[in-house]
Design a protein around this ligand. Structure first.
Ligand SMILES: [Zn+2]
Length: 398
């Protein structure tokens, strides 16, 4: 049983109802133009040949992601990955999904999901600046600032869900301080998309859709979950939910370059930020922060906790200092803790304690009081995920 790209492409169009064989951006030219995309970029996106013999996607950017994934995947899985077709959809109900059959496998990612990542990547930058500025304000004022920022993000996301990209475009000045930050946001969104596509590809590698999973790949990914700290997160999850966790972890290791055997701190960092921001966006879009037994996916907090633990176990002490923008004292463990903190802040969930601390930690916060950022930082400290060094800023000022 082997897949062909043509069958995979047919499956993509059959499953998604996208106009058959058409480059995705043809119908999106107006919204791209409204969002300030350069005319040249629009032209080449529209001219993309979605049905060329070697075309892997209905969008040139996704094509590049698929080609890249093929080049960094373990050779054991390459033939299957080489024949997966990916595409963007206007599906408002699904963030991303994959389907496989006897002759092909496809991956779909919703443009709505991708666009929402702009807001989370932009807010992540603002969040880091705000955390760094905490010593410049009285504690109460700073807590108020963080709360207002979060309310603004929630409002922006709610408007975006109603009215789409135009709402985000109007917020560009709020989301990006300058052109440099806008570029940085673009890179973060690309990293998040790469991880999302890798998550769907990972389902195919593991053959989750088939009655016979790939034992070899399953063994690999289960070895990631062998540590007690990881296993405890899986307690009570359904089979489907565990498969989502498997796809999350395999996707992270794919984009972090584990199987290419050629990686570095920058590639790993892109994987960390991409995986966690993509999962935070799912939590916000679906409102699925907590795990519910009848949902196919685990709650976003469960997925984030598993990823955060795995990243900390694998790369925790590795320094990020040599990367541009990172400060001395920044490690993967610390970056992961800040992302975890960002997830808790972005969620606006007041009942977040089960995700971040022990019962004792919970008792430390007054009942009924909203939990804001200083508490999250406190929990991250308690978990040993942050350095107890308030003086080290998270990002280097330009
Ligand atoms: Zn999945």
């Amino acid at each position: 049983m082997s897949w062909t790209l043509k069958k995979s492409r047919d499956l993509f169009y059959a499953e998604t109802g996208q106009p058959r064989g058409q480059a995705f951006w043809i119908d999106e030219a107006v919204s791209m133009s409204g969002a300030g995309v350069e005319p040249n970029a629009i032209e080449s996106a529209i001219a993309w040949n979605a049905v060329g013999a070697a075309s892997r996607a209905n969008c040139p950017l996704l094509h590049d992601v698929m080609v890249e994934l093929s080049s960094i995947v373990d050779p054991r899985w390459k033939a299957r990955v080489d024949n997966i077709y990916a595409g963007r959809t206007v599906d408002g109900d699904n963030t991303a999904f994959s389907r496989g059959g006897v002759k092909g496998g496809m991956v779909a990612i919703s443009i709505h999901y991708s666009q929402s990542l702009i807001a989370y990547a932009g807010a992540w930058g603002q969040f880091l600046y705000a955390v760094d500025s905490r010593t410049q304000f009285p504690a109460e004022d700073w807590a108020c600032l963080m709360k207002n920022m979060r309310d603004d993000l929630a409002q922006l996301m709610s408007d975006f869900q109603d009215r789409g990209l135009a709402v985000l475009s109007k917020s560009w000045p709020v989301l990006f301080r300058d052109a440099r930050q806008r570029d940085a946001v673009g890179e973060i969104v690309a990293s998040a998309e790469r991880w999302i596509v890798a998550h769907e590809v990972a389902h195919h590698i593991l053959r989750h859709a088939s009655s016979k999973i790939d034992e070899d790949a399953a063994r690999e990914v289960r070895s990631f979950m062998a540590a007690p700290a990881m296993r405890v997160e899986l307690v009570g999850l359904s089979r489907d939910q565990v498969q989502e966790i498997e796809a999350d972890l395999l996707a992270f290791e794919l984009v972090a370059g584990r199987f290419a055997k050629d990686t570095n701190a920058l590639i790993i960092m892109q994987g960390v930020v991409g995986a966690l921001l993509a999962t935070i966006a799912v939590g916000h879009l679906d409102g699925g922060w907590a795990t519910s037994p009848d949902s196919e996916h685990p709650g976003a907090f469960t997925r984030i906790a598993v990823l955060a633990k795995w990243i900390t176990l694998e790369h925790g002490d590795s320094p990020l200092a040599e990367l541009p923008g990172a400060n001395p004292g920044m490690t993967f463990q610390r970056l992961t803790a800040i992302l975890l903190t960002y997830a808790l802040w972005a969620s606006g969930e007041e009942d977040v304690h089960p995700y971040v601390g022990s019962a004792d930690d919970q008792a430390a916060v007054d009942d009924g009081e909203p939990v804001w950022i200083q508490d999250y930082l406190f929990f991250a400290l308690q978990l040993g995920m942050l350095e107890a060094d308030d003086e080290t800023p998270l990002i280097r000022q330009p």
